[in-house]
Design a protein around this ligand. Structure first.
Ligand SMILES: *Cc1c(COP(=O)(O)O)cnc(C)c1O
Length: 376
């Protein structure tokens, strides 16, 4: 009998996503108004330039930036940030990317902030110039790294901030030398305050994911910032034929993203947080009672301004004297019924449980699966 759902028809298992807004488990689920907007958008033809312009105005209004653009995810936003800073509005340079000979092509970045996604800057043809060490950087290192080839200074809000130079100081130092600052804040929403925060701090362009906490289409992102740079980003992207043509966004996704963004700023984030806290407390206390396992609840700490610090989580550890192996536990959870996907915590020494994508009752299902797996 054919399944009710497309995944059933394809023979793909439905999983419990305790992994947070990670792409490899589907990212997030779009609320009904977002799905409706996408369905409506699928029924008419429009001029993409006009649609991008109107969507950009919505982004500008909600981020406090001069201009905005819907991108194909924060990674694509990073590609367009780099491209825009290198080419500006010069069609000859736009045509030449990723060959950056003859243009400002260096992007200064904290070594400590290097992430796998920074390949998106490099994909546009930029050369990364690292400052600092594995813990942070000094201001003089930034000052010394900026020269006549510098296209931008990048700032990534990744796993933790360490002793990174604060963004406000990076902006002061870069702007004093006429260099723009480009930010990747992919996973920094919620809290909604961050939508305006980095622009307020003086960042010239900021890139967010649309398909993480914003609950827009998983393949979308939000780019906002200075009007001239957003225009240059747009010239480098689809539907224009620049380096960003490989990361196109369709009309349905644009419609979904702006709808999700409007909903996001209207959401009762305190009520959401309270729901997340209750599920975490339940999982920590019940899983912590299981022989061989230890569970620790980590409350949200949005003030840290770090990757996912605005959401609470639970880490589950295997006790030292237990026969259980943490990798086996993780695998058994994935292969069981229902399949439960955690995320790797502390370099594989813990199983991370995030409440943000859990539906009603799934915390109980997770507890039951941990009991079954621990008792063999
Ligand atoms: C998720 C993430 C990205 C990529 O965002 P997408 O919207 O999936 O393209 C980039 N940088 C960081 C720090 C991220 O967490």
């Amino acid at each position: 009998m054919p399944g009710e759902n497309v995944y059933e028809r394809l023979g793909v298992r439905r999983i419990i996503n305790a992994s947070s807004w990670r792409t490899n488990v589907g990212g997030s689920l779009m609320p009904p108004p977002v799905r409706r907007a996408m369905d409506e958008a699928a029924q008419w033809f429009v001029d993409l330039g006009e649609l991008n312009a109107r969507a950009g105005e919505t982004i500008a209004r909600l981020t406090g930036a001069e201009a905005g653009l819907v991108t194909a995810g924060s990674a694509a936003g990073m590609l367009l940030e780099a491209a825009a800073c290198m080419t500006r509005d010069d069609p000859a340079k736009i045509d030449r990317l990723p060959d950056t000979s003859g243009m400002k092509n260096e992007i200064v970045i904290h070594r400590f902030q290097r992430v796998t996604y920074d390949r998106c800057f490099r994909a546009a043809g930029a050369k990364l110039v690292e400052i600092g060490d594995s813990g942070g950087a000094f201001e003089w290192e930034l000052e010394a790294a900026i020269n006549e080839r510098t296209a931008a200074v990048a700032y990534i809000f990744a796993v933790n901030q360490g002793s990174s130079i604060p963004l406000t100081r990076v902006v002061e130092i870069a702007h004093a030398r006429g260099v723009p600052v480009i930010v990747d804040a992919a996973a920094m929403l919620p809290p909604p305050e961050n939508l305006t925060r980095y622009v307020d701090m003086g960042a010239d362009m900021v890139s967010f994911s649309g398909g993480k906490g914003v609950l827009g289409p998983q393949s979308t992102g939000i780019l906002c910032g200075r009007a001239d740079l957003i225009e240059a980003a747009s010239m480098n992207g689809a539907p224009n034929q620049g380096i960003g043509r490989t990361a196109k966004v369709c009309k349905e996704e644009i419609a979904g993203l702006v709808t999700a963004l409007e909903l996001f700023v209207d959401t009762d984030h305190e009520a959401e947080s309270a729901r997340w806290v209750a599920m975490c407390e339940n999982m920590a206390s019940e899983i912590g009672r299981i022989a061989g396992l230890r569970a620790v609840y980590f409350p949200a700490k949005p003030e840290l301004d770090e990757f996912e610090s605005a959401t609470p989580r639970v880490y589950v550890y295997v006790e030292d004297d237990s026969d259980l192996d943490i990798a086996d536990v993780e695998e058994a959870l994935k292969q069981g019924e229902p399949p439960v996907y955690c995320y790797p915590g502390e370099h594989g020494r813990a199983l991370g449980l995030s409440p943000v994508n859990l539906m009603e009752g799934e915390d109980e299902a997770i507890i039951r699966r941990f009991r079954e797996v621990a008792s063999g």
